[in-house]
Design a protein around this ligand. Structure first.
Ligand SMILES: [Zn+2]
Length: 116
């Protein structure tokens, strides 16, 4: 088999190269392969659990729903490979914190409004 047609010249010394060579035998220069090495496939993005995001958003807006969705998300994340455990936890904690804060505000408001 004649590989002359596919052989290329060394970019360093200009002499003919065998396609099988990784280095030029004449000058030692590295032969650039015709096919570039395949890019390493990026790790597949893990899905962000929607209930976890929902819990975080609701944790700021509607705390009781945040607690509910936070627990749903945390339960789902136990059995799935989804990301978002931290998001779900933050949402749930924010939900509880908001409930406590609202309760304190209501209690304070009642204490101020109702004379003892
Ligand atoms: Zn060469």
């Amino acid at each position: 088999m004649n590989s002359r047609d596919t052989a290329s010249a060394c970019t360093h010394c200009g002499r003919d190269l065998d396609p099988a060579w990784k280095f030029c035998v004449w000058c030692g220069a590295r032969v650039i392969p015709e096919e570039a090495a395949p890019e390493p496939t990026p790790r597949a993005e893990r899905h962000l659990n929607p209930a976890a995001v929902f819990a975080l958003v609701l944790g700021i807006l509607l705390s009781p729903l945040a607690i509910a969705f936070g627990h749903v998300a945390l339960h789902q994340l136990k059995t799935s490979d989804d990301r978002g455990r931290l998001v779900a936890l933050i949402g749930t904690v924010l939900g509880y914190a908001s409930v406590v804060l609202i309760a304190l505000v209501v209690i304070a408001w009642i204490q101020l409004r109702v004379p003892v």
